[in-house]
Design a protein around this ligand. Structure first.
Ligand code: SD4
Length: 290
């Protein structure tokens, strides 16, 4: 029997999973679906941690990170990209139109412009106001859960049974200028293998990078773990090594080729959304450590 398409995304981004899900139902590839799905959040000005309207770094620069992976194992990423509203589209161009995987900063922007993307000021009035308020205290304390307003990582399996993934973010608010998190790092914020399945991460990027969390989850699934157990083990690797894990959140969502979904996080408050067999389910809560 033909596999039933599935779309799943970090946080309660049901508009994004609905978009991806309806594309999959209409025969689009998983790669097209993840790209168009996450673009819904990149365009959402109310979401201050993805794309246009993203919170700036502490110097007022909005810098975006994104990556995409296709079923054949190809990948593309952009990091520290300014003034381009849809970094995921640029990441796909890096994958398809260059011999490289990742472009950064000035070079990524130059490439985007050559590809016909238009520059845009991504700092909204409200993000600028919030940043100026932040400057009064300059306390760098990433908030554990910013429900409904966070990095989007998405995985889709299409009607051919192929898996693709995308991850896009403006990173942690008021980060140091130049900081890049896990989201555009293949293996950390996103990884997949078309023989096994895929995983995406969100939360404190520094913690996810140190355990190469998404790669770890796919490898644990390869060894026979369910997506749920693999997500839990990846979170526990971090927890066991980080006595300060009370102070930060990390969360993973995994999808295997059978269409099974798993998710686990350190703290209550993370949610995810999915679209499966024509039904959109939002605000799903995974199990968590405390
Ligand atoms: C980062 N992982 O840049 C991203 C941010 C995020 O929940 O997902 N926040 O570290």
């Amino acid at each position: 029997t033909k596999p039933k398409p599935v779309a799943v995304a970090t946080w309660n981004f049901q508009n994004a999973t609905k978009k991806a899900g309806s594309m999959l139902e209409n025969g689009f590839s998983a790669l097209d679906a993840v790209e168009q799905g996450v673009m819904v959040e990149e365009a959402n000005l109310k979401n201050t941690t993805v794309g246009d309207g993203g919170a700036p770094d502490r110097d007022g620069n909005v810098t975006l990170d994104a990556c995409i992976m296709s079923p054949d194992g190809d990948a593309g990423a952009v990091v520290y990209l300014k003034e381009i509203a849809h970094p995921i589209q640029v990441a796909r161009k890096v994958m398809e139109d260059t011999p490289h995987v990742m472009l950064a900063g000035e070079g990524a922007l130059q490439f985007a412009i050559q590809q016909g993307f238009k520059k845009k000021n991504l700092l909204t009035e409200s993000s600028e106001k919030a940043w100026k308020e932040w400057l009064e205290h300059k306390e760098y304390r990433p908030i554990i859960n910013i429900e409904n307003h966070d990095t989007i990582g998405m995985l889709c399996v299409d009607d051919k049974g192929d898996i693709a993934g995308a991850c896009t973010t403006s990173g942690l608010s008021y980060k140091v200028n130049g900081r890049v998190g896990d989201s555009p790092i293949i293996g950390a914020g996103l990884f997949l293998d078309n023989e096994i399945g895929g995983a995406v991460g969100t939360g404190m990027g520094e913690a996810i990078m140190k355990s190469v969390g998404s790669f770890l989850i796919v490898e644990l699934m390869r060894q026979g773990m369910s997506p749920q157990d693999a997500c839990k083990e990846a979170v526990m690797r971090t927890v066991r090594k980080a006595p300060n894990h009370k102070d930060f959140q990390i969360a993973y969502v995994a999808l295997n080729k059978a269409g099974e979904i798993g998710s686990y996080c350190i703290h209550k408050g993370f949610s995810y959304a999915k679209f499966h067999e024509g039904i959109s389910s939002d605000n799903l809560s995974p199990s968590y450590l405390d």
